[in-house]
Design a protein around this ligand. Sequence first.
Ligand code: UTP
Length: 297
Amino acid sequence: MKQRVTKAVFPVAGLGTRFLPATKSVPKEIMTLVDQPLIQYAIDEARAAGIEEFIFVTARGKSALEDYFDHSPELEARLAEDGKDKLLEVLKSTYMPSGAIAYIRQHQALGLGHAVWCARNLIGDEPFAVILPDDVIAAEKPCLQQMVEAHRETGGCMVAAMEVPNERTSSYGVLDVEPGSGNAMKVRGMVEKPKPADAPSNLAVIGRYILSPEVMKHLDSGEKGAGGEIQLTDAIAKEIEGPRGVYGYRFAGERYDCGSKAGFLQATVAFGLAREELRDEFSQYLQEMMAFRSAAQ
Ligand code: UTP
């Protein structure tokens, strides 16, 4: 079995109901963080990690997402003609080599596990990454790259993990890990969306995974889990007893939940302030805004 991770699955077939009415016509993954759609952050992270094949699991109403990856000769010609070299560079940095992107349809939103399973024939018998584009991670070394490097040592399955407040465990897959130090923690149990009282810890799984092809086989059963959905967590949990096991990877970086409104706004502030050309004006505005608010209270 090939060990190098060169394929990534991007499940983008969810309904995005938390962003209605915008998501009536705009796929959540095309929504803009500063000046890039969420999907571009995910693609850049995957490329940095050595991914060469990008598999999108899409659904009805997501054509804007597919169009985003088309080349745009007219725009290119206009920018060249106008001497806008910097913008031309930005445009070209979004181009993907021909044949590097594949689209698969998930005909019904039956859950994340089902979405990943839809890509099984393109994955074959090799380890693969899964990236959820609505988890945006700001990190010096991109999160998936950190995980690919750690996975070279561990093999098996690996999920990105971070601590969350106890009362938030019911929004995540939660890990029970063996005690010990190090960033790659051996998992001995995982449960999807437990109530705080039932959660084995406050170590939550977030949207980056490196999975063995056996996980696809576990998904074949179509077994439903929490919320009546086919859960990816349940299929990964079946690998805990497998020969290579499952690891929770404590990544270095800041994760923003851009699938929620509050998370998206926080990411907008953080990524806006991180941009040199915006920082001064934007931080001055934020300070004035805060001063105004506290004076009004
Ligand atoms: P979410 O739980 O955020 O669901 O899915 P959602 O539909 O995108 O958004 P809300 O909750 O209705 O606002 C997490 C990830 O799994 C994908 C989503 O596209 C998202 O990237 N997903 C989820 C699928 O591709 N298919 C599914 O059936 C479910």
